[in-house]
Design a protein around this ligand. Structure first.
Ligand code: HAM
Length: 418
């Protein structure tokens, strides 16, 4: 029996990997303009980091983490998200003491034990950004604008920016009580998870995936409950989005699945993913750095699900796969040795070169291989060519055939890239 990929994981084969690279390159290019620099943190961390950072009562921490004990009896967890790890790293390496406006981005795999479906995996990849050091509302708007520019750069234009404010701890304390009041007498109608949420953190009911939210259709929203400073902050965020001409929708029910958020939260919804339609999500998390033992540095960020994003990309207009620039075919021992060197020299000129490493293969079989690979050109080198000092260059498109002097490497390279 063959061994297969584990449920909820996926192989990204070369043709799809090209699309991933395109997304990653776009992210690096766009984020750089806004001053973000890359950080790479470990795939696993102490379990405690996530319990403290994300919140014990969240779905992620209570039932989705890949947690294990290593041989040294440490409780470790494969990172389910990367904001807490980035904050940990920034504290550990005193990044906040050097510049208090550090801007960081990351690209890499995350792990959540969720029910797999289209666009939802147990190992998935995120591209995320974290901007530290300012609680100014314009920072929120600037980073949201960047997320939209990033998607537009990839040709994703039918995406909707949804924004909300979840206020501060005080606002949420008041709101929790309002929710409990609104649900009093109906707790029995909630799912088992939400009955627990009702006791521990009723805000999480707004995030219920099986529909308990409907019981709150007429309940007051968090937005109605904001205190004056949070209300003012949110108004300025919205005002700045307007100034930047970034369209958005207000979604008073947007609470997000992690506890570290305060004030602005947002998601960008794609057009074509059905239930799994959040291409990216994030918000403000002032207080998290302190919670994890660092200084009082505010933060704002988001993470984008790469698996979903790649599914949403428009079909590429070019060829669906990449092909070699040239296949070098040789007949006879002496020609084979010349071919070996030519292959090396062409690769040093940055060309994608294929050949047949086994000596003595029939020309026919080499031509078949060139064909299978879809090489744009084939270079033949046989006895006749060796004696007269030229290569025979065949161009697949159109099937034309030319002779090129073997001393003229430059001329050859020109022909191949031209
Ligand atoms: P999140 O909303 O949990 O936020 O995840 C962000 C994005 O990751 C989602 O919008 C989605 O595109 C993708 N994603 C999440 N779970 C899965 C999954 N199982 N399969 C495929 N894609 C998935 C965070 O992780 C926060 N750390 C974002 C953040 C950064 N907030 C502030 N800074």
């Amino acid at each position: 029996m063959t061994v297969q990929a584990v449920k909820g994981t996926r192989d990204i084969l070369p043709d799809e990997a090209r699309r991933w690279q395109r997304v990653e390159e776009m992210a690096r290019r766009q984020f750089r303009r806004y001053g973000f620099r890359e950080i790479r943190t470990p795939i696993f961390e102490s379990t405690e980091l996530f319990a403290r950072g994300i919140g014990e009562a969240t779905d992620i921490v209570s039932k989705e983490m890949y947690t294990f004990t290593d041989r040294g009896e440490r409780s470790l967890t494969l990172r389910p998200e990367n904001t807490a790890p980035v904050v940990r790293a920034a504290i550990e390496h005193h990044l906040f003491q050097r510049v208090d406006c550090e801007r960081l981005y990351y690209i890499g795999p995350m792990f959540r034990y969720e029910r797999p479906q289209k666009g939802r995996m147990r190992q998935f990849s995120q591209i995320g950004v974290e901007a530290f050091g300012s609680d100014a509302p314009a920072l929120d708007a600037e980073v949201m604008e960047m997320s939209m520019v990033f998607l537009e750069g990839l040709g994703i234009s039918a995406a909707t920016l949804a924004v909300n404010s979840v206020g501060c701890k005080e606002c949420r304390g008041v709101y929790r009580e309002k929710l409990r009041e609104a649900l009093a007498g109906r707790v029995g109608e909630l799912c088992v998870d939400c009955q627990r949420r009702y006791r521990e953190n009723p805000l999480r009911i707004l995030d219920c995936k099986v529909g308990c939210r409907r019981l709150l259709a007429h309940a007051p929203t968090l937005l109605d409950t904001l205190d004056a400073p949070c209300r003012e902050h949110f108004e300025q965020v919205r005002g700045t989005l307007d100034l930047l001409q970034v369209p958005y929708q207000l979604d008073p029910h947007l609470v997000r699945g992690l506890d570290y958020y305060m004030r602005t939260t947002f998601e960008v919804l794609g057009a074509s993913l059905g239930a799994q339609d959040a291409l990216l999500g994030g918000g403000r998390y002032d207080g998290l750095v302190e919670e994890l033992g660092g200084p009082a540095v505010p933060g704002f960020g988001f993470a984008c699900g790469l698996d979903r994003l790649v599914l949403s990309l428009p079909e590429p207009s070019g060829p669906s796969r990449e092909v070699p620039d040239v296949f070098v075919a040789a007949l006879g021992d002496a020609a084979w040795e010349r071919a070996l060197l030519l292959v090396r020299d062409l690769r040093r000129r940055d060309l994608w070169v294929e050949w047949e490493p086994a000596r003595g293969k029939a020309l026919k079989s080499q031509a078949r291989k060139a064909d299978r690979l879809g090489a744009r050109h084939t270079l033949f080198l046989g006895d006749e060519e060796l004696r007269r000092g030229f290569w025979t260059l065949k161009t697949m498109e159109g099937g034309s055939q030319r002779e090129i002097p073997s001393a003229d490497l430059e001329g050859l390279v020109k022909e191949l890239v031209g």
